[in-house]
Design a protein around this ligand. Sequence first.
Ligand code: SF4
Ligand code: SF4
Length: 333
Amino acid sequence: MKPTDEAVPAFSWDEWYAGVGGRSIDIPEVQDFVKLIHTEQEPRFTAAVAPIVSPFASPSEASEWVKVTAKSLGADLVGVCQIEPSDIYRGREVPERFAIAVGKRMRYGEFQNVPSRRSAIECMRIYHDLGEVVIELANALRARGFACRVEHPLGDSNVLHIPIGLKAGFGELGRHGSIINPELGPLFRMGSVLTSLDLECDKPLDAGIAAFCDSCRACRIYCPADAIPDERSAHAGKDHLGNDRYLIDTGKCFPYFAKHAYCSACLPVCVYNHKEWARDFSGEPTKLFPTIVMHEAPSECDSVPSEHRHQYEHVHRGGPQKPLPRHAVKGDP
Ligand code: SF4
Ligand code: SF4
């Protein structure tokens, strides 16, 4: 049996949260999932690789096997792409050639009031459940003799999930900075498994979603921190379709996110959830449009250490407070 990858230094979440003004989310069920991830899942990120390889007849057969296996483990989305240097976090090394992107949907019914205890628990539940999928998918590959690396959805990844998901055909980049899938909308999370097994890659999607964002502003209107931009940014790089990207002001989003149940308001308000299926997706009655609790936004905070900082613009700063939109309620002071 040969070992898999070497351990890499962990991302300093405490330092990161301090840099966005401190984290004040205290939800026992969330902490339980975080504990499970650290104590039960992390030790299973690496494992031995079977010494005898069970080869595939072709890259296309290998990709098909990977997708069927991931779906049988509970994945809702699976796609494959080649890893490029721009997909890798600064300071990390990724020798593997391919990323198997895996997505798992979140329950719309848990996002009826946002931010809330329920929505925060659902975010962490899906990180845990998706973690199981990527760990077991990696184990299935190792059992066939192929080394691979687990990229858990709960932070400290070596690769950026969003560009990988876009290349793997998961959907298009929305104004809110998350991928919108034509069927699942943006309410899903991603993890991945990296490998050098020859795989057939998927193609990026062009379903007209990014173009639709140019005329829809629902997420921008309902963002409690006023962090979502009106316009695309010409200097911020392109999305996979060649569009200038929308750049979220993370100096406004992250401080809010760290204090208010991981916020996530931009996801359930996204019009791509407002389909018939969203109403009875998990068998319970849901509102067509969620109620967004507009807590007072903390001051913007830009003191994340530069090695951990995102590139972002300072949008909507210093202007008058925006009026409360419909379907939004004032939060507790
Ligand atoms: S997570 Fe919340 S604060 Fe951040 S962009 Fe989305 S709606 Fe705005
Ligand atoms: S709410 Fe509208 S503008 Fe925002 S990401 Fe969804 S479709 Fe795009």
